[in-house]
Design a protein around this ligand. Structure first.
Ligand SMILES: Cc1ncc(COP(=O)(O)O)c(C=O)c1O
Length: 398
C-alpha cells in the first residue's frame, strides 16, 4: 500500500538516485499507540497522570524492579539518579568515553567530575580493568553504558563496586530489552536509566525512566522530577486529593506527560515483537555483509541478550581503499541514512578545554570512532530496505 501523503517534508538532503531514502531509525508506531494518544487528548488530562502511573507499573514489572519513575528523557533520569546518590563537588564518576555527551554532561550538572576509562576492543563497552585503574579515593559512582545494546559486564562492575563501596548507575539508553549474565537490565544496578527518544527501541517521542529497588531514592527522584513538590498535580486534583503540597527540595521540571505514556504503554506491549524484528534484521546484515572489509557487531555472550539498538560496523580502511567518511558519503548519495556512534566525549571542545583531554588518552575508543558507521536499523524496516543497504555496501566496497 502506498504511504499516506505527509504534510511534513522529509528533513535532510534528497537522495541523488532514483530510490526513496532508507531512514536511519524510523519509529515503529502502531494503531494502538495512535488510538491511545487520541483517547488521552480526549480524556482532558494531558500531563503526568493515570497513564504515566500505569506505564511506570508496567515497566517496573517488565524489568523486575521495585520502582520505575517516568521522566522526560534519559538525560533527566541520569541526572536525578546521580542526585539520589548524594554526590557533589570533589566526587568522581567513572564512565566510558564512547557514549553520547549526555552521560558525562549530567555528572557536571550534579557538581561532580566525569572520569573516563577506555573501552574493551571487542565489546566496545567500558573495560573493567580500565575502571579499576581509574578509581581514586574520590570515586563514588560507576556509570557503564550498554553500547549499541550489548550489555556491559555487570558482574565485573558489581564486584568492583562492592569491593570499593561504589554505587552503579547504568546508562541503558540503548538497552531496554537487554539481559546481562541472566539478569534483566533494569533490575541489577542501584539505578538504571532508559531513553525513549524517537530513535530508541521503545519510544515515547521524548522520554525516559529510572528503575531502582531503593524505595527512598525512588521517592526522592519522583519529587525531584517535579519541582521538588511533595505531591504531583494528578494526586492534588483527584476527587479525594489534597490541594496542598510542600516543596521539599529545589527540584526540576523532568516529569513525563500522559500523552507520552500513552505511546509508551503500547510500545512496551509490542516490545518483544519489535525486538524479534531487530534481531532478524541484524542476522540479515550479518549474513549479507560477512565478505566485506567490515567488522560486524559483537554478539552477546551466553546468558545475555543484546538489545540490538544499533548496528555499528567498523570499516577496514586499508582493505577497502577508502575512509569511513567516504563510505558514509557514498551511502548517503544512495539515499541511505547512517550515523556515527560516537565521537568520544573527551574529543569534544568543552571537555578538552576544561579537563585538558587530548587525542591519544583513550586509544581504543578513538580507534572505534575513526572506523565506525551505524547502518539503518529499526523494527519498522522491511527486508527490501535491509537488502538495499547490503547491496549498496557491496557496490561501494567491491
Ligand atoms: C548512551 C546514551 N545515553 C544517554 C542518552 C540521552 O537520552 P535522551 O535523549 O533520552 O536524554 C542517549 C541518547 O541518545 C544515549 O545514546
Amino acid at each position: 500500500m502506498a504511504p499516506a501523503p505527509s504534510r511534513f517534508r522529509t528533513i535532510g538532503p534528497e537522495p541523488s538516485d532514483r530510490y526513496a531514502r532508507v531512514p536511519f531509525a524510523a519509529p515503529s508506531i502502531g494503531p494502538d499507540e495512535i488510538a491511545e494518544v487520541v483517547a488521552t487528548l480526549e480524556s482532558g488530562w494531558l500531563s503526568t497522570g493515570p497513564r504515566v502511573a500505569e506505564f511506570e507499573l508496567a515497566f517496573a514489572e517488565y524489568v523486575g524492579a521495585r520502582h520505575a519513575v517516568a521522566v522526560n528523557s534519559c538525560t533527566a533520569a541520569l541526572h536525578l539518579s546521580l542526585i539520589a546518590t548524594g554526590i557533589g563537588s570533589g566526587d568522581e564518576v567513572i564512565t566510558t568515553p564512547l557514549t553520547f555527551c549526555a552521560t558525562a554532561n549530567v555528572v557536571l550538572h550534579a557538581g561532580a567530575t566525569p572520569v573516563f576509562a577506555d573501552i574493551d576492543p571487542v565489546s566496545h563497552n567500558i573495560d573493567p580493568a580500565a575502571v579499576q585503574a581509574a578509581i581514586t579515593p574520590r570515586t563514588r559512582v560507576l556509570m557503564p553504558v550498554h553500547y549499541a545494546g550489548l550489555p556491559a559486564d555487570m558482574t565485573a562492575f558489581q564486584r568492583i563496586a562492592e569491593l570499593r563501596g561504589l554505587r552503579i548507575i547504568e546508562d541503558a539508553a540503548h538497552c531496554v530489552e537487554g539481559v546481562a549474565n541472566r539478569l534483566k537490565v533494569g533490575s541489577i544496578a542501584d539505578f538504571t536509566c532508559f531513553s525513549f527518544y524517537a530513535t530508541k527501541n521503545l519510544t515515547t517521542g521524548e522520554g525516559g525512566m529510572v528503575t531502582t529497588n531503593d524505595t527512598a531514592a525512588a521517592a526522592l527522584i519522583r519529587a525531584a522530577s517535579l519541582h521538588g513538590m511533595s505531591r504531583d498535580a494528578w494526586a492534588r486534583y483527584t476527587p479525594n486529593g489534597n490541594a496542598h503540597y510542600d516543596v521539599v527540595m529545589p527540584g526540576f521540571k523532568y516529569n513525563m506527560m500522559d500523552i507520552q505514556a500513552a505511546i509508551g504503554l503500547h510500545q512496551l506491549a509490542r516490545l518483544r515483537r519489535m525486538h524479534a524484528r531487530r534481531v532478524a534484521i541484524c542476522a540479515r546484515y550479518d549474513a549479507g555483509l560477512a565478505t566485506l572489509p567490515l567488522r560486524l557487531p559483537t554478539q552477546a555472550r551466553e546468558g545475555s541478550v543484546h538489545a540490538r539498538h544499533l548496528y555499528p560496523v567498523l570499516l577496514d580502511s586499508a582493505a577497502a581503499g577508502m575512509s569511513r567518511d567516504e563510505l558514509n558519503d557514498r551511502l548517503r548519495d544512495r539515499g541511505i541514512s547512517t550515523s556515527i556512534h560516537f565521537r568520544p566525549v573527551h574529543l569534544h571542545q568543552y571537555y578538552q578545554e576544561r579537563f585538558g583531554f587530548r587525542r591519544g588518552m583513550f586509544p581504543v575508543a578513538e580507534s572505534v570512532y575513526d572506523a565506525t558507521l551505524s547502518l539503518p536499523l529499526s523494527a519498522a524496516m522491511d527486508d527490501a530496505s535491509v537488502d538495499r543497504v547490503i547491496n549498496a555496501c557491496h557496490d561501494i566496497l567491491r
